[in-house]
Design a protein around this ligand. Structure first.
Ligand code: PMP
Length: 286
């Protein structure tokens, strides 16, 4: 079992303790990345899934939140890679890097920024037959003119929490958000894809989504393997035209959707299966 946690405190708050008066704790002001790393036992190699892409998004979030005096992207990358090699990680793990306001300062503080990196064991379910049932949430997705969803900030998950718990209370396993223009946006912690005929569809970047690293990898794999792909605006009425659908994200990896409300999907779809295999080979470097 791997369970590593390193708190790189801001120089003033080097106590491994977060105060109950801490602004990030009180207001959810932080940004983070969740990253999977896959252990290939044949190659005896740990492959961190799209690390540079995750770090690029993290530094976009840091800059949007105007966090200052932060370690450089390259230094952080070396720090993480050292942690993984010193920790002798030889299994599938989940890495979380969080930047937050340390100490007991204001929610508007820009300088007291500390970071925590944790690495813990996490099995992969990629390729399992499991599927998820979703409902369309009554909660709208946060938007660029309120809380930009493309910034991976902790407080964004309040929107996700409301929608997910509401969906569960209605007997579904997850929720799909519409944005304020009534277009399908994303799920509470993952992006969505649909299939019609042999064509793959996903909501466009301007549909108030977090631009998923897994989403972008699926798009790239589709392109490289001649699977026709369209990024577009999708309405609830369009759901009847799709025969299959799946979610993608770091936690959920790639999971077929069994139903959205009353619309049921094919769980034997060949494009979903093909993309699952392509993603599996990609993450294990096969
Ligand atoms: N949308 C939301 C709201 C998420 O929280 C996540 C998980 N980070 C995703 C999409 C998927 O993004 P990624 O593939 O980068 O994990």
């Amino acid at each position: 079992m791997i369970n590593i946690c390193v708190y790189n405190a801001n120089y003033l708050f080097d106590r491994n303790i977060i105060s109950v008066f801490n602004a990030s704790f009180l207001y959810g002001i932080n940004c983070f990345e969740g990253i999977r790393a896959y252990w290939n036992s044949d190659l005896k190699k740990l492959l961190v899934f799209d690390l540079d892409e995750h770090l690029n998004r993290l530094y976009d979030s840091i800059s949007f939140l105007m966090f200052e005096n932060v370690i450089s992207k390259n230094e952080l990358k070396s720090e993480l890679l050292d942690l993984l090699s010193n920790g002798d990680v030889k299994e599938n793990v989940y890495i979380r890097i969080t930047f937050f306001i340390d100490g007991e300062t204001s929610w508007a503080d820009q300088n007291m920024i500390s970071r925590v990196i944790s690495v813990r064991s996490m099995a992969s379910q990629l390729g399992s037959a499991d599927a998820i049932s979703l409902t369309i949430s009554d909660y709208r997705r946060i938007s660029n003119d309120t809380i930009p969803p493309a910034v991976k900030a902790g407080a964004n998950y309040l929107n996700s929490r409301y929608a997910l718990l509401d969906a569960k209370s209605k007997g579904f396993e997850g929720a799909l958000f519409l944005n304020k223009n009534n277009y399908i946006s994303e799920s509470t912690g993952s992006c969505v894809f649909f299939i019609r005929g042999n064509v793959l569809y996903t909501p466009a970047v301007d549909c108030d989504i977090l631009v998923g690293i897994t989403r972008n990898r699926i798009i790239q794999l589709a392109r490289e393997n001649s699977i026709e792909f369209k990024e577009t605006n999708i309405k609830v009425e369009d759901l009847d035209n799709f025969q299959a659908a799946f979610l993608v994200g770091t936690m959920i990896e790639l999971k077929p959707i069994s139903r959205i409300g009353h619309k049921f999907f094919d769980l034997d779809d060949h494009i979903t299966k093909r993309l699952t295999k392509l993603l599996y080979n990609y993450v294990y470097g096969i």
